[in-house]
Design a protein around this ligand. Structure first.
Ligand code: PLP
Length: 399
C-alpha cells in the first residue's frame, strides 16, 4: 500500500493480444485504431462538426433510415438504451417488454426508473416473441411504448417478423423501440422499411468499434413525443431535447463529446459503407454459417433453432459432463481466445460465441473450431472434433 508520498510504480500498458469471439467487443480493424490515434480537436471545432455530420450520415446508411434524429450517444449501448427508454417513457406510461432474454429485463428496469409501468410479453429464453402474444397484450392493456430485442445476445435468437410487430403496436398508437445492439451492421435491419420508431445500438459488436459512442435513431413521431413531454426526462445527461442542441442544427455545447470515440465510429462506419451494408449482412450469414456447421459437425447443439439463429451470436449448448468455465479459461490461457458463458437463465448451459464485424472471417472461425475442439477433447467430451474444419470448408464452399 502506498501512503501517497511516493508516486505509484505502474508499468506501461501491455494488454494481451486476444482474439475476441465473445458477445462483444469484437476485434477492431486497424484502421479504426489508427483513427483513434489522430489528433484531438475540440468538440466544437469546425473540423469536428464535419466529423459529426459524416457520422450522422453514415449511421443513417447503416440503420437504413432517413431519420434526421440519428446520433451517437456518449456512452455504451446502455446509454443509448436509457436515452431511448428514458425519453420515450413518461411517468404513468405503460411499456410492453419481452421476457425471452436478459436484455428485456434491463428494458423493464429502465422503464420503471423512468416512472413507467410494465407489462410483459412472454416467450421462453431461446425463442423469439410470437406476434399473436404481442397482439394479445395490446388487446388487454393500454400500452404506450413497445420494446423488443432484435438480436438477443443472451440467447442467440433473432426476432423475425419485425414489420408484423410494429404494425400491431402502431394500430394501438404505441411507439416501438428496437434494441439493435447485436444486429446493427451484421444482421438485416431496416429501420424505415420495418416502421421502427426508435432504434438504439452499440458500436462494439458487428461495427467492430471500441465502446464509447453508441448509435441511436428516432423518427419524427418519436421525437415529437420527446419534445412534448409534460415533465423533463429524469436524466439531464441523456435528455434528447437538450442533446438536440449539440447534434441538431445549432451545434451548441451540451457536454464534451467523446471525440476519439466519435472518430473511431466514423472509421468503423466508413468500413461498413465501403463493404456495402447488404454485403456485410451476407458475410455474417456466410461466415457464421460455417462456424455453426463446424459446431454441429462436432456434435454440438445450437441453443436457437435454425429459423431464429442469430449469426452474430452463436449460443452453443455445453455438452453433458463438461465444465463450461474451465473451457472458457483454457481458451483464454492457451489460445488468447475470448468466448463467454451464458447469462441469466442460461448460465452454465451455453457458451456465447460471437461472429461479429472484423471478427467475422474464416480464419477466426477455423481458430475457434480447432481451439474449442482441443478444449473439449481435453475434458473427454463425447464429440468429434476432427469433423469441424471439413464441415466449415464445405459450408464456405472451399475447394
Ligand atoms: N442490449 C443488448 C442486446 C446487448 O447485447 C447489450 C450489451 O451486450 C446491451 C444492450 C448493453 O450494451 P453495453 O454493454 O454496451 O452498455
Amino acid at each position: 500500500m502506498s501512503d501517497g508520498a511516493e508516486p505509484p510504480n505502474v508499468d506501461e500498458l501491455t494488454p494481451p493480444n486476444r482474439t475476441l469471439m465473445g458477445p462483444g467487443p469484437s476485434d477492431v480493424d486497424p484502421r479504426v485504431l489508427r483513427a483513434m490515434s489522430t489528433p484531438l480537436v475540440g468538440h466544437l471545432d469546425p473540423s469536428f462538426i464535419d466529423v459529426m455530420n459524416d457520422v450522422q450520415e453514415l449511421l443513417r446508411y447503416t440503420f437504413r433510415t432517413d431519420n434526421k434524429w440519428t446520433i451517437p450517444v456518449s456512452g455504451t449501448g446502455s446509454a443509448a438504451m436509457e436515452a431511448a427508454i428514458g425519453n420515450l417513457v413518461e411517468p404513468g406510461d405503460t411499456m410492453l417488454v419481452p421476457t425471452n432474454g436478459y436484455f428485456g429485463g434491463r428494458m423493464a428496469d429502465m422503464a420503471q426508473r423512468a416512472g413507467g409501468d410494465i407489462v410483459e410479453v412472454h416467450a421462453p429464453w431461446g425463442e423469439p416473441l410470437d406476434p399473436t402474444d404481442v397482439a394479445a397484450a395490446f388487446d388487454e392493456h393500454d400500452i404506450d411504448v413497445f420494446g423488443f430485442i432484435h438480436a438477443e445476445t443472451s440467447t442467440g435468437v433473432v426476432q423475425p417478423a419485425v414489420p408484423e410487430l410494429t404494425s400491431i403496436a402502431h394500430e394501438s398508437d404505441a411507439l416501438v423501440i428496437a434494441d439493435t445492439v447485436t444486429s446493427i451492421g451484421g444482421v438485416e435491419l431496416r429501420v424505415d422499411e420495418w416502421d421502427i420508431d426508435v432504434a438504439y445500438a452499440g458500436p462494439q459488436k458487428c461495427l467492430s468499434c471500441p465502446p464509447g459512442a453508441s448509435p441511436l435513431t428516432l423518427n419524427d413521431a418519436a421525437m415529437e413525443k420527446v419534445l412534448n413531454r409534460a415533465e423533463d426526462a429524469r436524466s439531464w445527461y441523456l435528455d434528447l431535447s437538450l442533446l438536440e442542441g449539440y447534434w441538431g442544427e445549432e451545434r451548441a455545447y451540451h457536454h464534451t463529446a467523446p471525440i476519439t470515440n466519435v472518430y473511431a465510429l466514423r472509421e468503423a462506419l466508413r468500413l461498413v459503407a465501403e463493404e456495402g451494408i447488404e454485403e456485410r449482412w451476407a458475410r455474417h450469414r456466410r461466415v457464421a454459417g460455417a462456424l455453426k456447421a463446424g459446431f454441429q459437425a462436432m456434435g454440438l447443439e445450437m441453443n436457437a433453432s435454425d429459423e431464429y439463429w442469430l449469426p452474430s451470436l452463436n449460443a452453443v449448448r455445453v455438452p453433458d459432463g463438461v465444465d463450461d468455465g474451465a473451457v472458457i479459461d483454457y481458451l483464454l490461457e492457451a489460445y488468447d481466445l475470448e468466448i463467454a458463458s451464458g447469462l441469466g437463465d442460461l448460465e452454465g448451459e451455453i457458451w456465447r460465441i460471437g461472429c461479429m464485424g472484423h471478427s467475422a472471417n474464416p480464419k477466426n472461425v477455423a481458430y475457434v473450431l480447432s481451439a474449442l475442439g482441443d478444449a473439449l477433447d481435453r475434458q473427454g467430451a463425447d464429440i468429434d472434433s476432427e469433423a469441424a474444419i471439413p464441415a466449415m470448408h464445405d459450408a464456405l464452399g472451399d475447394d
